[in-house]
Ligand binder design. Structure first.
Ligand code: AMP
Ligand code: MG
Length: 704
């Protein structure tokens, strides 16, 4: 049994219209389409919700997608109830009986207590329906449950017992008002099931139905709902997570849930997944952490003495993949986050045709020959305050920028181009049809992919997501990157330095770079050249972070403890890359966390980070592999370079030419700061003359 889409409806029996601002106890719809869970849809009334559900059913069917639509109220009553009321055991007879009697309107006003009173009248003794909002109204409905003997039909259905649901389908008032939800829900189902292609589980054959309606119960996935973000409205989390869980079920598991039912389900209905709460809860939760990287992922092909930069990058790219799981995140917290699923437009943008200017709107086809003079009708259309009526042919209406085009208007003439007086409007002939009008959906249509998976969200992306109604996104958890500085000579900036000490410059630089990449820096401090101390720091870094960047101690000398430790752990890979400035990189896994052992020299540390660690971090973070974008500029310098190594020079642009820092010394931090980018010289020999084109990569291309 397989479905392309799963819709979950959290129904409500409220007799008021829900507030404009999304809130609990309203109606929420959760939709997952082809594995992508959308942000839940909020509906302020049952009428609005029914229209939404209908349009989802129509849309999914039109797109050829099979839809499972779940509703969180019982589809049937305990055995015996339907017969008592309608004279038939057919649950649909009761659906239609209710549909013919229940009234409802956009404000939530309804007659459910009157109808429940009629139903009670069919039963001997008090009840079975009980609970009401007014003690002295509806005398046929007991105020409390006491004294009701459920002898015509049991109090609970077989599936309620199986799912250990506490609620009662007869309780009309006081939370949970399941009884009222059924009365207000079954009439809608009675209408939905009559749409083409719709079948109801488990009452009807549904194997080939394009749309299947089923009863669900979010209580089954309560453990998963508890893990939802604190700020997410509970009902929204319930529909989101249940639609995700059901869509992740294997066809076999779903098939078993739908088929292995007792006979009584044909009359009483059944909760889809009853007895399988654990499985659904597990599927509802955020994706489990991806498996660890392989121990040998950093081995370089043997036999190469100095590996060219491109070959090293290819090896790195092949070795790594995302190590972070996905979670949902509010749009206002999403800057710099990596999308774990595409953002799908919930609504077209703009949602309706509207005016691009302040001016006057009319139907172009109704313009007379020659310079038009049109009567102006009363009223106006403004942004957010649409004109409700229809503009008759040959007339015009005042319209402001952003206002929805009223019915009868397709063209807008600019206010500066008209004369308006005495209720008439005059302008020159020649305006084009649909001038100054924006088409509905011209920026983005509903259901279109607004942003792809792997996208690192920019401020403009947040605007796009918001414009199509998306307020929460699926993002990868931020990659945590630990930074360790090693060396006996290091002390902290701001402290007094003893003779022979230098200030730790790499750590503030690397931590800042990580923060600027929107990753999560984890500061592990400075570690002396001491094997035991470094081991402890690495253990702690691997426990707190996904990746470890160390600087210093990565070569093969006596005090190079990073490489010594990795060697001891059998995880050391010395990457000798044909790169200047650079020293061998120590790459390995420490307790499963990838370690980038960077050189100690700040210039080499930064260049190696930008060229190697940065794309690797992007891959680990779920953002894919990105090479920095550069461009060619005339050189403002002369340089002769031997073959064999790729070279990066600290550079900046002045007067349209690339100038480079006077000294190439790899300890010269001032040059890093002076520069605004790097000039990349190719692996082969070159003799750059002033004016020759050279490849310049601005720091901004590296994300800072
Ligand atoms: P190493 O890679 O440990 O041999 O260090 C190479 C050079 O970089 C030495 O001159 C170190 O003093 C210097 N160095 C190492 N770590 C840092 C650091 N965190 N900040 C500034 N300089 C460093
Ligand atoms: Mg050192």
């Amino acid at each position: 049994m397989s479905f392309d889409s799963v819709l979950i409806v959290d129904w409500s029996a409220a007799n008021t219209r829900a507030p404009k601002r999304p809130s609990k106890d309203a109606i929420w719809l959760g939709l997952t389409t082809r594995g992508q869970t959308q942000e839940p849809i909020y509906c302020r009334s049952r009428i609005e919700a029914e229209a939404q559900i209908k349009s989802i059913i129509t849309k999914e069917q039109a797109a050829g997608r099979r839809l499972l639509a779940g509703f969180d109220f019982p589809f049937g009553y305990p055995k015996g109830v339907a017969r008592q009321i309608t004279g038939s055991d057919d649950p649909f007879a009761l659906w239609d009986w209710l549909a013919a009697r229940i009234t409802d309107d956009a404000s939530g006003q309804n007659n459910r207590f009157d109808v429940a009173e009629q139903m009670n009248a069919a039963f001997p003794g008090p009840g079975p329906f009980w609970g009401k909002t007014h003690r002295d109204r509806w005398p046929g409905i007991p105020y409390r449950k006491e004294g009701i003997t459920f002898d015509v039909a049991p109090e609970k259905r077989a599936c309620d017992l199986k799912a250990q649901a506490a609620s009662s389908c007869y309780q009309l008032c006081y939370s949970p008002t399941v009884g009222s939800q059924i009365l207000m829900g079954l009439p809608m189902l009675s209408r939905l099931r009559k749409l083409p292609g719709v079948a109801v589980w488990p009452f009807e054959a549904h194997a080939d139905a394009p749309t299947v309606l089923a009863e669900i119960w979010p209580g089954l996935i309560e453990p998963a709902v508890k893990t939802a973000p604190e700020e997410e409205i509970r009902d929204a989390a319930q529909v989101r997570l249940l639609s995700r869980a059901l869509s992740r079920l294997s066809p076999e598991a779903l098939g078993a849930m739908m088929h292995d039912l007792p006979d009584i389900a044909r009359e009483e209905a059944w909760i889809l997944g009853a007895g399988h709460g654990d499985m659904l809860s597990a599927l509802a939760q955020d994706a489990p952490k991806p498996p660890p990287l392989r121990d040998d992922c950093f081995s370089l092909p043997a036999g190469v003495d100095w590996t060219p930069v491109d070959a090293a990058l290819d090896a790195l790219r092949a070795a790594l993949r995302p190590v972070v799981s996905a979670e949902t995140c509010a749009l206002q917290d999403a800057l710099g986050r990596v999308l774990a699923a595409p953002v799908i437009a919930r609504r077209a943008s703009p949602p309706s045709a509207n005016s691009a200017v302040d001016g006057y709107g009319f139907a172009h086809a109704s313009l007379p020959e020659g310079d038009p003079v049109l009567p102006l009708i009363e009223g106006r259309a403004a942004a957010g305050v649409p004109y409700a009526g229809r503009v008759p042919p040959g007339a015009a209406i005042r319209i402001l920028t952003g206002a929805a085009l009223p019915e009868g208007v397709d063209t807008v003439v600019l206010e500066e181009d008209v004369r308006a007086a005495n209720g008439m409007l005059a302008f020159r002939a020649g305006i084009k049809p649909r001038a100054n009008a924006r088409r509905a959906g011209e920026d983005m249509s509903a259901g279109a992919e607004a942003l792809p998976e792997g996208r690192i969200l920019t401020p403009a992306d947040l605007a796009l997501a918001a414009s199509v109604g998306v307020g929460r996104i699926e993002a990868y958890r931020r990659l945590r990157v630990a930074v360790v500085s090693t060396g006996d000579e290091l002390c902290e900036a701001g402290e007094d330095a003893a003779h022979g000490q230098i200030y730790d410059a790499n750590r503030p630089m690397l931590l800042a770079l990580i923060a600027q990449m929107s990753l999560e820096p984890v500061d592990m401090g400075r570690i002396p050249d001491d094997r035991a101390a470094l081991r402890k720091a690495m253990d702690s870094a691997a426990a707190q972070a996904d990746v470890i960047l160390t600087s210093g101690g990565a070569s093969a000398g006596d005090e190079d403890h990073v490489s010594a430790l990795l060697t001891e752990a059998g995880a050391m890979n010395e990457w000798r890359i044909a790169l200047k400035p650079g020293r061998p990189l120590a790459l390995g896994l420490w307790n499963g966390a990838p370690v980038f052992g960077l050189p100690g020299n700040p210039v080499a540390a930064l260049v190696c980070t930008l060229i190697f660690a940065r794309p690797a971090l992007g891959l680990l973070a779920g953002a894919g592999w990105h090479r920095p974008q550069g461009f060619d500029l005339p050189a403002a310098f002369e340089k002769r370079k031997k073959p064999g190594r790729r070279e990066y020079l600290r550079a900046r642009i002045r007067d349209g030419r690339a100038e480079v820092f006077a000294s190439e010394g790899s300890g010269r931090v001032s040059g890093l700061s002076w520069a605004e980018g790097l000039v990349e010289l190719p692996d082969g020999a070159v003799h750059v003359q002033p004016g020759d084109p050279v490849r310049y990569i601005p720091y901004a291309s590296f994300g800072f």
